[in-house]
Ligand binder design. Structure first.
Ligand code: HEC
Ligand code: HEC
Length: 371
């Protein structure tokens, strides 16, 4: 049966190749939009600031000035949401380094999800997107909030229709993508190209560590960096997960970890399964992506559920060895961080916080809404 089916397909495609349609029938076949659009303009180079690696981009979406400008307009435009009230920037607010000061963001009709908004600055470097890494690229990510019933609650066709009815957008799409029908593929790629320009570094840490400016960080931050880099389980061990390389630092990595944030000790259950939802592998229960620490001073509250208000609270959490649960990561520091004598721990926590404050970098101008 299967064989016959395969044979049939082979036979039809053979016939199809030789078949010539009469001219009128050929004319009636609608021209499908290209499955994947290519930018019409000239590719430009995005230069990362001191401390960040080169900017990766896919072959079918090289950045151009026109797609970036278009993506910026779309990012700040509530046209993407069903009722025209919510834009990407509603939850990724330039006033809060492109995240949301509320633990859970408000979507259309005031609905709220169960995870804290993430920082879009430097997101292009993350090996995966979202707290559970359920998509890989910024292009894939850019349709999810539109479809999420708690966020923008729209459809991709709905967005295409609205944008295609706006003369301002028609002109911008024609310049960025060439003439023809506007597709969500173009919208997603434009937003992704804009996000590739949302780079923030050249912080005091970068100037100290990569720029050779020994005065860029104060004494306390320098001690904090030293503690941060001590990678064994009896020490703070931060760098094992929030990684720093010899030439650049994204403060994240490709593994997911259970630090215990999602564990409800009283009820003895995992409130959010995290990465497990994606892999269905028990070892990923309660594991989350390692978030960047760049600009961390500006992006409270912390963790995937926004449950920690201050960096001091986060330090107490790590010095306790995280929250004990059956799936706790084997890379978490041991309870009590034994290599630091008890009487020095308060100062050590202060130094680590001071180091994290040295990670506040320059926020690019185009992180603001377009005029
Ligand atoms: C209603 C609030 C809301 C809106 C609107 C929204 N986001 Fe988000 N965004 C979030 C939340 C919450 C997360 C984390 C969700 C999760 O991990 O499950 C997130 C995650 C992301 C991430 C992943 C970053 C990372 O480090 O993994 C990117 C990129 C992003 N959003 C971009 C966008 C873009 C582009 C738009 C508009 C098309 C948008 N967001 C609209 C709330 C929102
Ligand atoms: C086992 C890997 C691991 C280690 C070790 C680790 N972290 Fe984390 N860190 C994570 C993960 C995963 C999260 C997100 C957890 C969540 O939200 O459930 C996180 C979250 C954070 C946050 C909140 C970020 C935000 O945007 O909300 C801060 C701040 C932080 N870590 C600092 C540190 C410091 C400082 C150290 C060393 C004392 C450290 N981390 C050690 C994996 C790690």
């Amino acid at each position: 049966m299967r064989f016959r089916f395969a044979f049939l397909i082979a036979a039809t495609s053979l016939v199809g190749a030789e078949l010539t349609l009469p001219p009128r029938a050929r004319l009636r076949v609608p021209v499908p939009p290209p499955r994947t659009a290519l930018p019409a303009g000239k590719t430009i180079e995005i230069k990362p600031p001191l401390g960040l690696p080169p900017v990766p981009f896919p072959d079918d979406n090289p950045p151009t000035a026109e797609t970036i400008e278009l993506g910026r307009k779309l990012f700040f435009d509530p046209v993407l949401s069903k009722d025209g009230t919510v834009s990407c920037s509603s939850c990724h607010d330039p006033k809060s380094a492109l995240t949301d000061p509320e633990p859970f963001s408000k979507g259309v009709n005031g609905s709220r999800g169960g995870r804290h908004s993430m920082v879009v600055l430097n997101a292009v470097y993350h090996p995966t997107q979202f707290w559970d890494g359920r998509v890989i690229t910024l292009e894939q990510q850019a349709s999810r909030p539109v479809l999420d019933p708690l966020e923008m609650a729209h459809s991709l066709e709905g967005v295409e229709r609205k944008v295609s009815a706006d003369p301002g957008y028609i002109a911008m799409f024609a310049k960025a993508w060439g003439p023809g029908r506007i597709t969500y593929d173009m919208i997603a790629k434009s937003i992704a190209s804009y996000e590739r320009t949302l780079l923030s570094a050249n912080s005091p840490f970068d100037r100290y560590y990569y720029g050779g400016d020994k005065k860029a960080m104060n004494e306390s931050a320098i001690r904090g960096l030293d503690l941060f880099m001590q990678n064994n389980l009896d020490a703070p061990n931060c760098v094992s997960c929030h990684q720093i390389s010899e030439t650049s630092a994204t403060f994240t990595e490709s593994r997911f970890h259970n630090t215990g944030v999602a564990w409800d000790t009283k009820q003895g259950r995992m409130v959010d399964p995290g990465r497990f939802n994606v892999t269905k592998d028990k070892k990923d229960m309660g594991a989350f992506k390692v978030p960047t620490l760049r600009n961390i001073e500006l992006t409270a509250p912390y963790m995937h559920d926004g449950s920690m208000k201050t960096l001091e609270e986060v330090m107490d959490f790590y010095f306790d060895g995280g929250r004990k649960n059956p799936w706790l990561s084997g890379v978490m520091p041991h309870h009590g961080v034994p290599t630091i004598p008890k009487e020095q721990q308060a100062q050590a926590k202060k130094d680590l916080v001071e180091f994290m404050k040295a990670l506040t970098g320059e926020i690019p101008k185009n992180a603001q809404a377009p005029k």
